[in-house]
Design a binder for this molecule. Structure first.
Ligand code: UGA
Length: 434
């Protein structure tokens, strides 16, 4: 199969590289010349464990190429994937489809021979039909079908998610397109990973419904966590007790400072907008969004309590600012709400993050950056764990408590036991929901 991937952002790059590893010939296209130049040198512009090795292997095998030339890349392809961004449109929460439609026009001009145009970007229900209309209007002679193939990759675990997916969802409307999509994913089918074929609208809806449901689980447990604090229950044990019920499942029941990232905030807003547009309000999703906003504010209050009611004159060490571990992504990270609130209240903030500094420097003005948690904590009045990076899970608590001016910990990811922290000389420990 000859596959072209339009867009070398997170989804496009991971998908393109992994599809080449299946044995397909893949060309990844991006308009950003410096990005393509980097990729051609074998440099991966994002932090994703394992991606660089697979990229190198497939470039060497001659199966993976990078270019800025859309026309040349599309001409001979059996399938062209659209994997460009669909950011939330400023002001109204709609998914901004200008990049998707722009890509559809570019593709249309260069199509030759039968081609399947596959949308991988997360797009509102009905977009694939619009992509087909745009292609038809731009190039009435084009011989093509559209397909919807939403992705379910988690940043930091994307390679495994692609190679060993819970399922692959493919929305198609013709047997011919179904056959080509089936050939592309055959290596997975042979290893018994389920492939779900549906219509276009259903595939588009599955993606939003899955992300909104996962976000709902998180907001639900975060609300239960707040109540646990009031009634003296422990949310970790509550989540365990609930999650052992096979109908509920134990995943995505970790209470914390609220979900962030490039997907849940954007996709829940988009789903809420789609519901409003169709006169069918997504009331649960709307509530999930507002609970998530409230959780972040609640975390600020929690740290404020820990700091005796004022941030003024306090130095606070913040461990982790990315929206989750194993990524350098800061999009909608809870840190972007919490850290400015600390600074706004008069605190000095010292940050340490294994990968977040490059993006974080621009997004968190006014903080100073430390190389490790011990340096960040020197003379500090409170220690705040915001992201559960592995390197923060086994800290020398005694060394930290001795280095701090008033050793107090807000562990917003519940990675430590209160007793261990207090035994190591901390004066106070606050987790979430326990
Ligand atoms: C999410 C989905 O998990 C993927 O299946 C989907 O493909 C992707 O969005 C997407 O639409 O592209 P991702 O945003 O990379 O993946 O990260 P998650 O691991 O889902 O975490 C999202 C946020 O939820 C993080 O801020 C994380 O800290 C938070 N979270 C997650 C919790 O607070 N508690 C949990 O129990 C789980």
């Amino acid at each position: 199969m000859r596959i072209t991937m339009i867009g070398t952002g997170y989804v496009g790059l991971v998908s393109g590289v992994c599809l080449s590893d299946f044995g397909h010939d893949v060309i990844c296209v991006d308009k950003a010349e410096e990005k393509i130049a980097k990729l051609e040198r074998g440099e991966v512009p994002i932090y994703e464990p394992g991606l660089d090795a697979i990229l190198e292997r497939n470039v060497k095998a001659g199966r993976l190429q990078f270019t800025t030339d859309t026309a040349a890349a599309v001409r001979d392809a059996d399938a062209v994937f659209i994997a460009v961004g669909t950011p939330s449109r400023r002001g109204d929460g709609h998914a901004d489809l200008s990049y998707v439609m722009g890509a559809a026009e570019d593709i249309a001009r260069s199509l030759s021979g039968y081609t399947v145009v596959v949308t991988k970007s997360t797009v509102p229900v009905g977009t694939n039909s619009k992509v087909a209309e745009v292609i038809r209007a731009t190039n009435p002679q084009a011989d093509f079908d559209v397909a919807s193939n939403p992705e379910f990759l988690r940043e930091g675990a994307a390679i495994d998610d692609f190679m060993k997916p819970d399922r692959v969802v493919i929305g198609v409307e013709s047997e011919r397109a179904k056959e080509i999509m089936g050939d592309i994913y055959r290596p997975l089918y042979l290893r018994d990973f389920p492939i779900v074929y549906t219509g276009l609208e259903t595939a588009e809806m599955i993606k939003y419904a899955a992300n909104a449901f996962l976000a709902t689980k998180i907001s639900f447990i975060n609300e239960i966590a707040a109540l646990c604090e009031r009634v003296g229950a422990n949310v970790k044990d509550v989540a365990k007790g609930m999650g052992l019920d096979g109908r509920i499942g134990n995943k995505f029941l970790h209470a914390g400072p609220g979900y962030g990232g490039s997907c849940f905030p954007k996709d829940t807003s988009a789903l809420a907008r789609i519901g409003q547009e169709h006169g069918c309000p997504m009331r649960i999703t709307e509530t999930v969004i507002s609970v998530n906003d409230a959780v972040k504010r609640r975390m600020v209050d929690k740290v404020l309590d820990l700091c005796d009611g004022t941030f003024n004159g306090k130095t606070i060490a913040v461990l982790g600012v990315t929206f989750k571990p194993e990524t350098d992504d800061m999009r909608d990270s809870p840190a972007l709400t919490i850290v400015p609130a600390l600074i706004g209240g008069g605190a000095k903030v010292r940050v340490v993050d294994p990968q977040g500094r490059r993006e974080g420097e621009a997004l968190l003005p006014g903080v100073s950056w430390a190389d490790d948690p011990y340096e960040a904590s020197e003379g500090a009045h409170a220690l705040l764990i915001l992201t559960e990076w592995n390197e923060f899970r086994a800290l020398d608590l005694q060394r930290l408590s001795q280095a701090m001016s008033t050793p107090r910990m807000a562990d917003l990811r519940n990675i430590y036991n209160r007793k261990d922290v207090l035994d190591a000389g901390f004066l106070a420990y606050e987790g979430v929901g326990r």
